[in-house]
Design a protein around this ligand. Structure first.
Ligand SMILES: Cc1cc2nc3c(=O)[nH]c(=O)nc-3n(C[C@H](O)[C@H](O)[C@H](O)COP(=O)(O)OP(=O)(O)OC[C@H]3O[C@@H](n4cnc5c(N)ncnc54)[C@H](O)[C@@H]3O)c2cc1C
Length: 612
C-alpha cells in the first residue's frame, strides 16, 4: 500500500499522504473532492506519526453531527414552486467545489439556498468536525441570521453547483412577507441552534474557567441568556489543567478565557465577549428609532414583540441579557398556557427569538445610563457614551436584588453567593448542603429546585413562618420535602471560606445564639428594589424609586406643558412619550404574566402618542 513518507517511522511528522480511494476506501467523493479530503488529512496529519489514528480521526470528523434529512424540520428542502417565490429576493450564482459561502468569524449575513450541488458546514478548527451536509433545495445557516451573531462555522461547496443568494435586508423582507416560507425557515433556524447547543458543533466558541470564578459566571450567564451555542470547560473538572491550557497556549492566570474562531480573549467582560461575536450595539448615524425599550425582562420582551409586530422600528437594550428576574427562575408555574411550568430562561429565549423574527433588534449587554429630550426626540444614552435617538421610550428595567449587609459579601458573590438558582449556579453545588435566604415565592421555588438537584436545603427566614409571604402551593410542597428544613427567626451574620464559600454563621434572633453551618452555596432572595437610579430627575418616582404612571401622576409632577392639553396615556410617565411597565412601575403586580401584559398593552399607548 503506498504510504506517505514518514508514516510508521516514530517521531516523524507527516507531510504527505496518498488519498487515493485504493488507499483510503472510506473516503467519500474520491473522484470529486480529493482537494477537500486532502485539506482534512493535512490538518490532521500535522505532528502525527500514526497512520491509523489519522484514519480514525478523519472518519470521526467526517461523520456529520446531524443528517440533513428533508423530512426533519431542521433541514427542509424547498419545492420548485417555493424556489421560484424565493427568486424574487435574491440572485442565483454559480459555486465551484471548495468555494466558501462563508467562513467562521465573518459578519456577513447573506441567506443561501442551494439550487444544485452540495455544501458542507464544518467547524473550521483543528478538528474539522463535519456538522451537516446540505443538498439541493435546502438552505444554509442558523439562528445567527436573525440575531446578527458572526458566523462561527464555515460553509463550503463539496460539489459544483449553484446557489440563490439573498442579502440580509431582503431576507428580512422575505421573513416579513412570506409567512409560510418564513415559518419553515424560522423553525429550522431554532432547531439548528438547539442542535449546535447540544452537540460538539457549538465547541467553535469556548469559555474556559473555574466554576468558582465570578468572571466566568458572568460570561456564562451572558451566553445562556442569549442562547449561544458554546462549550463550557470547567477547569475544576480537568485532570491536568496545565496540559489543557498549554495545548491552547494559555496560562492559568489568563482565565477565564473565551476562544472564538477569530480570537482568544483573556479575562473578557461580557461586553467584550459580545463585541467579539458581533452582538453589540453600534450607533447608526442618522437613524432614529420609533421605540427604544430599556430592559429585556418579561415586560421589555413583550413590548419588543408588540412594538415590532405593530410596525414600530424597535430596539431593546438590556444590561445583562434577555430574561430579567424571570431568567433567574428554574420553573415558573403560574404562567398561563404552560400547565407543567416553564423555566424562565426558556420563556425568555422563545420570546426573544419571536421579537427578533418580527424585526425587533435586541442588544445586550448594554446598560442604559441616562435619558434626555433634545429637539423633540428622546435620547437614550448608554454606559459606553453612545446615544440612541428615539420617538418613544418604554422603561422596563424591573427590579434588582437586595444584597445582604455582610462586610465580606463581595468576596463570595458569584463564588458561593448567588441571586438566581438555575442550572448555571446550581451545577457547582448539587448534592451538597446549601442555604436559601428569603420567604417569598422566589426563595420557595429555589429551595424546591435545589432539593431536586440532591441538595440538603435550609431556608433561613427572619419571620416565624412562611405562610404570610409565600404562595400556599409552595409552602405545601416544602412542608413534605424531606430535604428542606426551615430555620425561622434566623439571620445569616457572617460568611466564611477560602477560595469559595464554605460556611455561614447563623443567629437565632430570640435567643441570640450563633452557630456555624457548613454550606456549599447561599442563594439570596431577600427582595428587590426598582432599577431606576439612572432616571433620577427625568421621570417622577415614589419614595422607594418606583416609577409613577398615568393615574398615579399628581398635578405637582405633571409639569410638562403637553399635560395641560391632554391626560397622560396608560403607562405614560411624567415625561411625555416615556412609558413604564412591569416591576419598575408603581402599583404593578410583580409577576411574569402581569409584566408581559403591561409590556404588550403599553405599545398601544406608544402608537397613540406617536399619532398625536
Ligand atoms: C427567582 C425568581 C423567581 C420568580 N418566579 C416567578 C414565578 O414563578 N411567577 C411569577 O409570576 N413571577 C415570578 N417572579 C417575578 C417575576 O420574575 C418578575 O415579576 C418579572 O420578571 C418582572 O419583569 P420585568 O420585565 O418587569 O422586570 P425584570 O424581570 O426585573 O427585568 C428587568 C430587566 O431590565 C434590565 N435592566 C435593569 N436596569 C437596566 C439598565 N439601566 N439598562 C439596561 N437594562 C437594564 C435588567 O438586566 C433586567 O433584564 C420571580 C422572580 C425571581 C427573582
Amino acid at each position: 500500500m503506498p504510504l506517505a513518507p514518514g508514516i510508521g517511522i516514530p517521531g516523524t511528522q507527516i507531510d504527505h499522504i496518498d488519498v487515493s480511494p485504493a488507499v483510503w476506501p472510506g473516503l467519500p467523493l474520491a473522484s470529486l473532492a480529493p482537494s477537500l479530503d486532502w485539506l482534512y488529512i493535512q490538518t490532521m496529519g500535522v505532528g502525527d506519526t500514526d497512520e491509523t489514528s489519522i484514519i480514525d480521526r478523519y472518519r470521526a470528523a467526517r461523520s456529520p453531527l446531524a443528517v440533513a434529512d428533508p423530512s426533519d424540520q431542521r433541514f427542509p428542502a424547498f419545492s420548485a414552486d417555493a424556489l421560484e417565490e424565493l427568486d424574487e429576493f435574491g440572485e442565483r450564482r454559480e459555486m465551484a467545489l471548495g468555494d466558501a459561502l462563508y467562513r467562521a468569524g465573518e459578519a456577513r449575513r447573506d441567506f443561501y439556498v442551494l439550487i444544485e450541488g452540495e455544501v458542507e458546514v464544518v467547524r473550521d478548527d483543528e478538528s474539522q468536525q463535519l456538522v451537516v451536509v446540505y443538498g439541493p433545495g435546502q438552505f444554509v445557516g442558523e439562528l445567527g441570521l436573525l440575531t446578527g451573531q458572526r458566523t462561527y462555522l464555515t460553509a463550503r461547496a463539496t460539489r459544483n453547483g449553484s446557489v440563490l443568494v439573498i442579502s440580509h435586508d431582503e431576507f428580512r423582507r422575505l421573513m416579513a412577507t412570506k409567512p409560510i416560507i418564513s415559518d419553515t425557515i424560522f423553525r429550522a433556524l431554532i432547531g439548528r441552534r438547539e442542535t449546535l447547543r447540544t452537540t460538539s458543533g457549538g465547541e467553535a466558541v469556548q469559555i474556559l474557567g473555574s466554576r468558582f470564578s465570578p468572571e466566568a459566571l458572568a460570561l456564562r450567564t451572558f451566553a445562556v441568556r442569549n442562547r449561544l451555542a458554546y462549550a463550557w470547560i470547567d477547569l475544576e473538572e480537568e485532570d491536568d489543567v496545565g496540559v489543557l491550557l498549554a495545548s491552547k497556549g494559555l496560562l492559568l492566570s489568563d482565565t477565564p478565557v473565551v476562544i472564538t474562531p477569530t480570537g482568544v480573549l483573556r479575562h473578557p467582560t461580557p461586553g467584550q465577549f459580545a463585541e467579539e461575536l458581533g452582538l453589540t450595539y453600534h450607533p447608526i448615524p442618522g437613524r432614529t428609532f420609533d421605540l427604544v425599550v430599556v430592559g429585556v425582562g418579561p415586560a421589555g420582551l413583550a413590548a419588543s414583540v408588540y412594538g415590532a409586530s405593530e410596525g414600530l422600528d424597535t430596539v431593546a437594550l438590556d444590561a445583562v441579557g434577555p430574561g430579567g428576574q424571570a431568567g433567574s427562575s428554574s420553573r415558573i408555574e403560574n404562567y398561563a398556557g404552560f400547565p407543567n411550568g416553564i423555566s424562565g430562561g426558556d420563556l425568555a429565549a422563545r420570546t426573544a427569538v419571536q421579537a427578533q423574527r418580527l424585526g425587533a433588534w435586541l442588544v445586550s449587554p448594554c446598560e442604559v445610563a441616562g435619558l434626555r429630550l433634545e429637539n423633540g426626540f428622546h435620547v437614550v444614552s448608554l454606559r459606553d457614551e453612545s446615544e440612541i435617538p428615539t420617538r418613544a421610550v418604554i422603561i422596563a428595567t424591573g427590579a434588582r436584588y437586595l444584597r445582604l449587609a455582610i462586610s465580606n459579601l463581595e468576596q463570595f458573590e458569584g463564588n458561593g453567593v448567588y441571586y438566581a438558582a438555575t442550572d448555571l449556579e446550581t451545577r457547582s453545588c448539587s448534592g451538597s448542603d446549601v442555604i436559601v435566604i428569603g420567604g417569598g415565592n422566589s426563595a420557595g421555588q429555589a429551595a424546591i429546585y435545589l432539593s431536586q438537584q440532591g441538595c440538603g436545603v435550609s431556608i433561613v427566614i427572619r419571620r416565624s413562618d412562611l405562610s404570610s409571604s409565600m404562595s400556599k402551593y409552595l409552602v405545601d410542597r416544602i412542608a413534605v420535602d424531606p430535604h428542606i428544613e426551615i430555620l425561622t427567626d434566623t439571620q445569616v451574620r457572617a460568611l466564611h471560606g477560602d477560595s469559595h464559600l464554605e460556611s455561614v454563621v447563623l443567629e437565632h434572633a430570640p435567643s441570640g445564639d450563633r452557630r456555624a453551618k457548613a454550606c456549599a452555596a447561599l442563594f439570596c432572595f431577600i427582595g428587590a428594589q426598582p432599577a431606576t437610579s439612572w432616571l433620577s430627575g427625568k421621570v417622577a418616582l415614589d419614595e422607594k424609586g418606583f416609577i409613577l404612571t398615568d393615574r398615579s401622576l399628581t398635578a405637582e409632577v405633571l409639569v410638562d406643558p403637553l399635560f395641560s392639553v391632554r391626560e397622560p396615556l396608560p403607562f405614560e410617565t411624567s415625561a411625555p412619550g416615556v412609558f413604564a411597565v412591569g416591576d419598575v412601575r408603581l402599583g404593578s403586580m410583580k409577576r411574569v404574566a402581569a409584566a408581559v401584559g403591561e409590556g404588550s398593552s403599553a405599545v398601544r399607548a406608544v402608537h397613540e402618542f406617536l399619532a398625536m
